[in-house]
Design a protein around this ligand. Structure first.
Ligand SMILES: NC(=O)c1ccc[n+]([C@@H]2O[C@H](COP(=O)([O-])OP(=O)(O)OC[C@H]3O[C@@H](n4cnc5c(N)ncnc54)[C@H](OP(=O)(O)O)[C@@H]3O)[C@@H](O)[C@H]2O)c1
Length: 429
């Protein structure tokens, strides 16, 4: 890849922060006005400066702008950020270095418009990486994100995506994730999704460095909003007071804590995704699906691995927890409540009655409100912090903690994917 030509699919919190990060981390030298430093594959210390540009930005209701196909022009990213920040609309005036008409500008974009655009951008080699960051749609079919990723890969572009749906949904009982990775492989393209779980923490690429290891258990706090709400309800729990024999709650109410989380910008458009455990269940399933994909779980080949569907994962809602119970439990036993996502790889024996003729492994998953003791590695997590612990067949549990992540963490996950794609295709066009 001699030049990175990006399509920003969605220009909301995640992709706008990414755009600013690309500008901030750009380097230049005599031959390169705006470049990213890319390390050659294989862990050598050789690095190269690769020029980058944005050739298309697509939103749903805030306009879209793409350079003419196969042209050398690019979009003025600084101005696009300013325009959207000021409540404006993306349009053809954002294209630099061209007298030609842009391919397409319009205020609203339908799914069909986007599919057509992605096809053209890929097939004309106008773009080579699509950064997909549109809202997740877990309660439905995960569309249109899944179709956008499929189209981009089929049209010959790499994909970096922040979306959990492609990792959690199934189509005709087949994992969508395996289908998309299959398309990527057949087309010689790369599909990465690091920021879908724990933002910028390399929770997926982590496994590249653990060859032959089987993950047997996952346990963590995967949803920042619920941890923030619960820790704000606790308030300064050490100062809990008792009056007339009754324990008084000293933290925020559920509604106050939810409002505070919204102000930080971490609550999903549909807040029930956070509150009712959907988001944590999706992230858990995404990890299980990934770990069950070929090469990530070193099991003998006749062991199929079952990952039950999203709807089958038992989920507690944090709105069910009584704030007074939080105080009384803490006073009695110093325990704190958190929404804990857990998965364990269990054996299912053969059962010819249901057509299972050999033993299989299955992930047993749940998202539960748990009262944690002080010795629990998740005990001290507050605010938007997230953590996950992996148990494996060969090593003691490995814990990863992300302390108070912000949108910069999410954007870094996408940034790292773009650099990784460029690095792995450095010798290709
Ligand atoms: N924000 C986070 O902290 C975070 C962390 C990790 C992962 N993620 C994931 O990243 C993704 C994006 O999150 P975000 O916070 O950036 O969302 P956001 O602020 O709501 O932005 C979404 C963007 O996607 C556009 N869009 C929506 N539907 C579209 C469609 N059908 N076609 C084209 N564009 C469309 C929106 O356009 P309009 O504004 O015009 O509607 C907007 O520009 C989600 O999947 C989320 O789960 C987010």
């Amino acid at each position: 890849m001699k030049e990175i030509s990006l399509v920003l699919l969605g220009f909301g919190s995640a992709n706008r922060t990414l755009a600013q990060m690309l500008l901030d981390k750009s380097e230049k030298d005599n031959s390169c006005r705006q470049c990213l430093r890319v390390v050659a594959p294989g862990g050598t210390s050789t690095s190269e400066l690769v020029p980058w540009k944005v050739v298309c930005i697509i939103t749903r209701r805030h306009g879209r702008v793409c350079v003419p196909h196969s042209s050398k022009s690019e979009i003025n990213v600084e101005e696009a950020l300013e325009r959207i920040g000021a409540g404006g609309i993306l349009d053809a005036t954002l294209v630099r270095n061209t007298n030609e008409a842009t391919t397409s500008t319009a205020h609203s974009t339908t799914t069909d418009d986007t599919i057509k655009l992605l096809n053209e951008l890929g097939k004309t080699q106008t773009a080579n990486i699509v950064v997909e960051a549109i809202p997740s749609n877990p309660k439905s079919d995960g569309e249109p994100a899944i179709s956008f990723i499929r189209t981009a890969l089929q049209a010959g572009m790499h994909v970096a995506s922040a979306n959990k749906c492609p990792l959690t949904h199934t189509r005709n009982d087949k994992e969508t994730y395996f289908e998309l990775q299959g398309i990527a492989k057949r087309n010689g393209k790369i599909y990465l999704h690091e920021s879908a779980v724990m933002d910028g923490v390399p929770i997926f690429s982590f496994w590249d460095n653990l060859p032959g290891v089987t993950c047997t258990k996952i346990r963590g706090l995967l949803n920042s909003t619920s941890t923030m709400i619960l820790s704000r309800i606790e308030g300064n729990i050490d100062k809990v007071v008792e009056s007339d024999g009754k324990v008084e709650h000293v933290g925020e109410t559920f509604e106050e804590a939810l409002e505070a989380a919204k102000k930080v910008g971490i609550v999903e458009e549909d807040e029930s995704l956070d509150i009712d455990g959907w988001d944590a269940a999706m992230k858990l399933r995404a990890l299980c699906v990934f770990l069950s994909s070929s090469g990530n779980l070193s099991l003998p080949e006749d062991h199929d691995v079952i990952v039950p569907p999203l709807e089958a994962i038992p989920r507690d809602s944090i709105s069910q927890i009584d704030p007074e119970l939080i105080c009384t439990e803490f006073r009695a036993s110093r325990k704190k409540v958190r929404s804990v996502a857990s998965a364990e790889l269990v054996d299912l024996p053969s059962d010819p009655a249901i057509g299972r003729h050999h033993p299989v492994k299955s992930w047993k998953m749940s998202v539960e409100n748990e009262f944690l003791s002080q010795s629990d590695p998740l005990y001290n997590l507050n605010g938007s912090s997230a953590s996950v612990q992996f148990s494996t067949d060969v090593m003691g549990p490995i814990s990863v903690v992300s302390q108070d992540p912000t949108l910069m963490d999410t954007a870094y996950g996408l940034f790292a994917d773009v650099v990784r794609i460029a690095s792995q295709s450095i010798n290709n066009t």
